[in-house]
Design a protein around this ligand. Sequence first.
Ligand code: CMX
Length: 440
Amino acid sequence: MGQIKKKFIDRALPKAEIVKKLRNEYGNVVIGEVTIGQVLSGMKGIVGLLTCTSKLDPEEGIRFRGYTIPELRDMLPKLSPEDEPLPEGLFYLMLMDEMPTDEDVHYIQNEWIKRAHVPKHVFDVIDSLPRDTHPMNQFVTAIVAMAGSSRFMKAYEAGAAKKDYWDSTYEGVMDLIARIPRIAAYVYRHTYHNGRHIEPDSDLDWAGNLAHMMGYDNDEVKKLFRLYMTIHADHEGGNVSAHTTHLVGSALASPYQAYAAGMLGLAGPLHGLANQEVIKWVFEMMQEIGTEDPSKEQIAAYVLKTLADGRVVPGYGHAVLRKTDPRYIAQREFCLKYLPNDPLFKVISRIYEVVPPILSTVGKIKNPWPNVDAHSGAILVHYGIKEYEFYTVLFAVSRALGVLSSLVWDRVYGLPLERPSSQNTRWFIEKAGIDSPVKF
Ligand code: CMX
C-alpha cells in the first residue's frame, strides 16, 4: 500500500467510526427546519450534506480544511518562495486534513506522473468529435470514455466488500486526477491548434505541465495555473459541481462517471461557464460601445442595458457569498504583481467599481459583489489564451481536486444512496394554507 494511502486510512477509519455512530445513535437529533422559501429557492441554507474538504462563509469566503486562500498562498509548498502554491499540496490538505510537507507534495506529484498515461482510444474519441464541439462537451466525453478503466468498477465487479470501496475509489481518483491535464490540453490543441499536440514533460508539476501541454511555457503562465488550480478546487459541498459528483457517486458510480456528471453541472452558465460568459460580455460591451477603454459611465449604461434586457451580469452575485470573493481578490493581487498595466485588467477593475453599486439598487439581488469568474478570463487573455470557450475546462481541471478528494471521504464514511423526498405543488399549497385559484 502506498505511504499516503496507508497514512490516510489509518487516520480516516476512526473518523468513519464517529460518523457511523452519529448515523446510528444520534440520527434523531434535530439540526434545523426547512421553509417553503428554501425549497423553492434551490434549497439554499438547508444543511443536507456532509462535506469536510472545505467550508464557505458568506462574509469571509472559502476555507480549505480551515485555511483561507491568503493562508494557503503563504503556507502550501511552492517551487520557490515567490511562486504560487502547488495544487498537489491542496489536494493533500483536502484529503489528509493536514498541511503537507515538501516531501508529501513531491510524493503526490510523482504518483500523478506515474499514473498520467491516457489510453489511446480516449484521444480517438476526442479526434472523432467536430472541432466546434464545445470544449466542455469534448472534455466530459473524454472522461466518460475513460470510465472503462475504473479501478473502482473492476473491484466492485470482482465482489469487493463495502468497507473496502474507499480503496479502489482512492486508486481511481488518483488515476483520474493524474490524467485530467492531458485530456484538457488535448481538447485545447484539438480545438484551437489543428490537433498539433504537445507531449507531457514529466519533470513538470501537475499545473505547470498543463500549461506546457497547452503550448504555454512561460513561467508566469505556469505560476498563474498553479494559483488558478488552487483557488478553483473546492467550494463546499452544495455547489452544483460538487453536489452532483457526490450525488452520482452515492449510487456507487465510478469516480470517472461521478466527476463527469459533476462537470456537466459546472458547464452551466450560472456556475462554471460564467468565466467564459464574463469575457464574452466584456468583449461585446467594448464592441458595442466602440472602445477598448470604456469609461465608468459607459460601463454603467451597458450594465443597465444588460439588466433591462432581462440578462444577468456574469461574474457577479453568488448563492452563498455576500462579499467580494477572495478568489477574485487573489487573482486581482496576481494582476497587480505581474500585469498592473494590462488594459483588460484595468477594464475589469473599472467594472468592479461600477457593478456592485448598480446591483445593490436591484432589490432582489442578494450579493452584488464579484465572484471568481469575474476575473479569471482577463488574466488568461493577457497571456494569449483568448479562446474563452475553453475557460470552463480549466475550472473543471481544478475542481477535480475538491470533488474527488471528497468522493474518497464519502466512500470511507460509507455515505449511502442520496435520496431526498419531493412533494407536488398541492402539498406546498396546503402547507401554506392558501386557496389556489387554479387547480393543481
Ligand atoms: N445579474 C442580474 N441578476 C442577478 C445577478 C446578476 N449578477 N445575480 C442574481 N441576480 C438575480 C437572480 O437571477 C434572481 O432573479 P429572479 O428572482 O428574477 O430569478 C435574483 O437576483 C435573486 O438571486 P440571488 O438569490 O441573489 O442569487 P441566486 O442564488 O439565485 O443565484 C447566481 C446565484 C450566481 C446564479 C447569480 O448571482 C447569477 O446568476 N450570477 C451571474 C452568473 C455567475 O456569475 N455565476 C457564477 C457563480 C460562481 C460559480 O459558480 O462559478
